[in-house]
Design a protein around this ligand. Sequence first.
Ligand code: AMP
Ligand code: MG
Length: 427
Amino acid sequence: MTSILQALSCADNYDPNSLHVERARELILGLLPPVTGVERVFVRQALDRVLAADVISPIDVPSHDNSAMDGWALRFADLATGAETRLKNIGTAFAGRAFEGKVGAGETVRIMTGAVLPDGVDTVVIQEVTRVDGDAVIIPPGQQREQNTRRAGEDLQAGKPAIPAGRKLRPAEIGIVASLGVGEVSVRRRVRVALFSTGDELCSIGEPLAEGSVYDSNRYTLWGMLTRLGCEVIDMGVVRDDPAALEAAFRDAASCADAIITSGGVSVGEADFIKQLMAQLGEVAFWKIAMKPGRPMAFGRIQPDGPDRPGAWLFGLPGNPVAVMVTFYQFVRPAILKLAGLDPLPSVPFFQARCTEAMKKSPGRTEYQRGILFRENDEWCVRPTGAQGSGVLRSMADADCFIVLEHERGKVGAGDTVTVQPMAAIV
Ligand code: AMP
Ligand code: MG
């Protein structure tokens, strides 16, 4: 593989000491190929997986011309223009039980939704506008040719791709697969992600909280975010700020995972040996991203022990709990989706809302404040969740959106318009 560091350093607008959010994301996405393994799974097991090969339709859907409504099936040519038409009722077509005969001139057949259109018929008139008079049916004027009919293959055509490779199989796609009578599909294998937290101050659940310690929450938020993305998560626990333990953890992780995510150990005040170790075990760039929270971040590859192992991508996230989540959603999430084979990558929706409180902001970095959306006077409004420190995890829990304050933007006044990203689309 060509050197990652070389590739990065040749890129335009590459300043590892002040990298724009968008540029960092582009650089990461440009380097990651999708995982190659494929699995055959039953249709229900395919929910939320990424399709590895086009699903080719073996049949037309619908497979016959049929009625879209309950009504009367008839020949449009029989209808008078501008006057009522009287047709003779000669039978009924049910869904799943076709009318076997042919509908001739001046005749009609009562038809149910989904019933196959009888021979000769091209139009359906809904029941509600017609009158029945003995064995005659009176059709009002003003009908359109082929109205209320569904044509064979109008949804999906035999031999054509019904769902393209790269698509995530949501309930709609699962339904399409079933509508084709297909029982199994090929999906990409799940992305395997190993994660560990670093820090001598970290306690695990079940241990008493020692003086000056904090419980390790990052492994839990990371586990949750990765699980929601459909990853296979390998939780390697807390690793002490100790070179030998860290080296062993990196080597283990690189031998079994596609990507490694660590938290802590990349900030300026941190023991430098973590950064040295990352660099020594692979090719790692240390980025100061022009963003808040989440400024320091490491990205690169950890090489494996043996030549038969591909190694793993490394995302060295900062330690602060909010910074972990923000950098995850901004960089790791799209990277994981790329590794997972999603194509195209989904865009993250955003819209403008009126911010009801003033916010401090300096130009020169992108900020992700946590906000709460609400409706007022027929417009979307947003207010920050309160304390916005990068250690205040509650600001994430209380929020339903990110307030994205763009790179060049300065402070926000109460009533100003801001960009919001609803969390429902990404979390
Ligand atoms: P660091 O990036 O290692 O300097 O950590 C920055 C801050 O995040 C410190 O206050 C750490 O105690 C805190 N922190 C680091 N890792 C975790 C973790 N896994 N869970 C909760 N807080 C953490
Ligand atoms: Mg630390």
